[in-house]
Design a protein. Structure first.
Length: 247
């Protein structure tokens, strides 16, 4: 694995052609979790994948698209189109220096702009003589298997059982006592298009932190790694199928 701590010779003497970029957010997660929760989780998953794939682990983008939390002091965000341009610049710089694959590990649902951005990049890069593929892996990659670990699989969206379990596993010293809310937020998740999260919730979290545990966090991270690798294998399998059809 390569990181920003490696030197020029390290990069020149390696055949590494995959880079991994964690993308998080700097936003409130209730009274019990740190503002960097999404960065911590995305960074942990990205590092696990970088070790397994012997890839270049890039420093994370810690500030991203968090406008739905802007009413909470301390939240800092980029406009969605700004984030898209940052991703494009990073991908193009990696392509220019010889990398063939960029994995974006996204830890924040509000970074929805990443999906159309990588779709456009893949079309643009396929038209060049030196191709590069950009793959998006979300920390919800194991969503279909959450029930294997988590008690709550619905309305656990932000700072709830899953994210609190992750932080209890990764850095428990930063977890405080949660503030009980009268009732879980029951409106559709896309209401964040119209309201700030601090308006939709009493203490800024949306879920069930009382059900969290460090053990669940470890199991969930292991499952996310497993599902991420399976997703990459599925892409390679499909590429091979298409290649055979063309030949």
């Amino acid at each position: 694995m390569l990181t920003m701590y490696n030197n020029r010779n390290d990069f020149q003497n390696t055949e590494c052609d995959t880079a991994i970029l964690p993308v998080g957010a700097l936003e409130q997660h209730g009274s019990h979790l740190p503002y960097g929760t999404d960065n911590i989780i995305a960074g942990a998953l990205a590092e696990r994948l970088a070790v397994t794939l012997d890839a270049y682990l890039l420093p994370p983008i810690n500030i991203a698209s968090s406008i739905e939390h802007r009413a909470a002091k301390g939240t800092v965000y980029l406009k969605a189109d700004t984030l898209a341009l940052v991703i494009r610049d990073i991908a193009e710089s990696l392509l220019y220096s010889g990398f063939k694959r960029l994995l974006l590990v996204n830890g924040h649902g509000g970074n929805w702009i990443l999906k159309p951005t990588i779709r456009q990049l893949n079309r643009d890069f396929s038209d060049r003589s030196e191709e590069m593929e950009v793959i998006l892996i979300h920390t919800s990659v194991a969503l279909g298997r959450h029930h294997e670990v988590m008690e709550h699989t619905k309305l656990d969206i932000h700072g709830g059982e899953k994210e609190t379990s992750h932080i209890l596993h990764l850095c428990p010293e930063h977890v405080k006592d949660y503030v009980p809310q009268a009732a879980p937020t029951a409106v559709p998740q896309d209401f964040m298009d119209y309201f700030d999260v601090t308006e939709l919730t009493e203490d800024g979290y949306w879920g069930y932190p009382e059900a969290a545990s460090a053990e669940k966090g470890l199991k969930m991270m292991d499952l996310m790694v497993e599902c991420s690798l399976a997703y990459l294998q599925q892409i390679e399998k499909e590429k091979e199928r298409i290649r055979k059809l063309k030949n």
